[in-house]
Design a protein around this ligand. Sequence first.
Ligand code: NAG
Ligand code: NAG
Length: 685
Amino acid sequence: MHLFHIPTLFALFLLVQAKTAFLESALLPYVFEPLPLGSIKPQGWLRDQMQLMSDGLAGHQHEFYRFVKDSSWAGGDQEYSTLNEAWPYWFNGIVPLAYALDDTRLKQQVRSAVDYLFDSQYEDGWLGPESTPQTRMLWPRTLVMMGLTQFLEAEPAEIPRLLPKVYKFIELVHSMLADDYLGYLGRPDSEFDYHWGITRSQDMIISIQWLYDNYPGEHGQVLLEIMQFYNEKAWDWAYFYSSEVFPKEDLDIKLPPDEDLFWYYHGVNSAMGLKAGAVVRRFTHNETLVHISKRGIDWTFKYHGSPSGSIIGDEPWSGLSPSRGSELCTTVEAIYSLGYLYQAFGDWQYSDRSELAAFNALPAAVSPDWWSHQYMTQINQPYSRDLIDTPFNNVNSLGQTFGLEPDYPCCTVNHHQGFPKFLSSTYVKVGSNGIAHAMLSPSQLTTMLEDDNQVVIDCQTIYPFGEKLTYTVNADKEFTFFIKIPQWAVQSASHVQINGKLPQRVKPDLSSGLHSISIPAGATVVTLQLSATTRIVPRQRDTVSIYRGALLYAIDIPHTIRSASPRAYRSLEPIPPKWLHPHAKDYTLENTTSWNIAIDPSTLKFFSAESEDVALKNPIFASGSPPTKMTVMGCEIEWGLHKGSPADPPLPEERKCLGDFFEVVMIPYGAAKLHMAELPTVSYS
Ligand SMILES: *[C@@H]1O[C@H](CO)[C@@H](O)[C@H](O)[C@H]1NC(C)=O
Ligand SMILES: *[C@@H]1O[C@H](CO)[C@@H](O)[C@H](O)[C@H]1NC(C)=O
């Protein structure tokens, strides 16, 4: 009994401290507060996907993958770069996966990682490798801190044991930053590449703010000073998002890009930096950053966005060509940033953008069984093989193959934060007595609102493969429930029905997109029926991308699949057997038909799921699995290759049908591993 009570009392004490600090917080609040890790559980297809991740590469890296299992963070010496960031990336993704699924095996991996981390903590508080002050780097600890704050959120009973150790590290970080930014900026005696840390500083500040929001104790001043130290020397995203600096032209024309701007142009950095202004505003209270951030995000997606919801860059931004591709790390970072941005600013479009990347760009880059992934995903990608020549700027010729580490291994160790972080942002708190389903998908929330009001919201749906969402809500007391209505929904034909009563038209708030519903105590069933239309969205060179609801549709290219034992990413040497797993393979996918097709969008026909009440196939993101499809009339046109990939789509005057029209089938992009999704148009009649 004693053992149980002491930590509980201590946790309570800390909680009271936290509440007191909140009243006089130096940090601006989020528009919508995030909910703690573990309170949201995936359901339906999303649960299937995350279970596949646990059964796949994400859940087994800890056992076999050299850069995780034998990382310098785990007592080994295997690192893919001098940044020692692989194990930290893995940790940041595995924590939310383990607690979303409540997966005993993964939670055990997390626990042993946390124990090793603190058992090997230095006397002065330092965590992980790099023993001497000159070699110590703060950047990889950004990811460790993110994993740790999530862990503490999911395991509050660990607070009494771990928080003092975390603060020992935080106090050391403070003293390093006070010592001319040791570990953060480069110095003559410390030779690591510090650019990553100063362009990604907002991600460390998020963890520092989490401590400040939840368990500041007597460390409030130190935490605020760390935020300031970080920000003083950070690269300024507000500068990049100014009209004189931000590149709006097609960068293909002026590669290699301006060297000083490279760190902003870098695809992954640009996805992470989307949230920088929102993070910095919390402690500087600089309201200009709201406007500047919105502008920067709009521009980033308008001038550099892919139809699948990611950002095009290989690795630097490279223009809008559908053969240039998006990096998987960029996609998962964009999903996370957009979820954060919806919480920080409550702006409707960030929620829709996060869904777009999560339902399209992310699954397209991963094999159906979640054992292999691409580094780069091209929008027009009719085969996935050694390209020999490549259209990319800084990606090897295997970058768009599915494999264990088809190029730089960062995506191997970072890919699995995608769905877990998305899930964490699907529900948010609205004021003190409201909950919003902010990003739609099947999931269940269990949480406590004011006055001990326990609320359980269970959402069953095949969304985005269907348009009906059924919520079973159980609450001890009344509260307000909000549902985000996607911007693409036809509002006049979208309805909410409560306990089978007369359906009401949706009335989303114009800034947040939230439709509000009063929920009484007890059990309530809420049904949301959305209405979608087929959308034909123009892209560069007079091409189109086709959407329905939150899904992008693509021509699914039939193919053969060959597998081989994995090769190391740069040397292309076979990886030694002791670091292999029987399911981890490298793949070559070859088209068995032609792909050079133009379509007539006026002939598009959409086929919905036969029933929205039948479970989806698992894995859902595989050719033949989705319950929806489109057909369209198309013909083959002359369309050549450029550097091993489909050339930029022919211009209208160059499009001549080579033969008769035929019926072309299009399926959700994430299920079509080989696909054409930015298509030239021709006239059928
Ligand atoms: C707010 O941030 C913007 C962009 O960084 C900057 O130009 C401006 O000077 C800041 N305002 C204040 C009061 O610090
Ligand atoms: C697959 O694509 C290549 C590259 O355009 C093309 O040469 C080949 O004919 C296609 N394969 C088939 C079976 O049509």
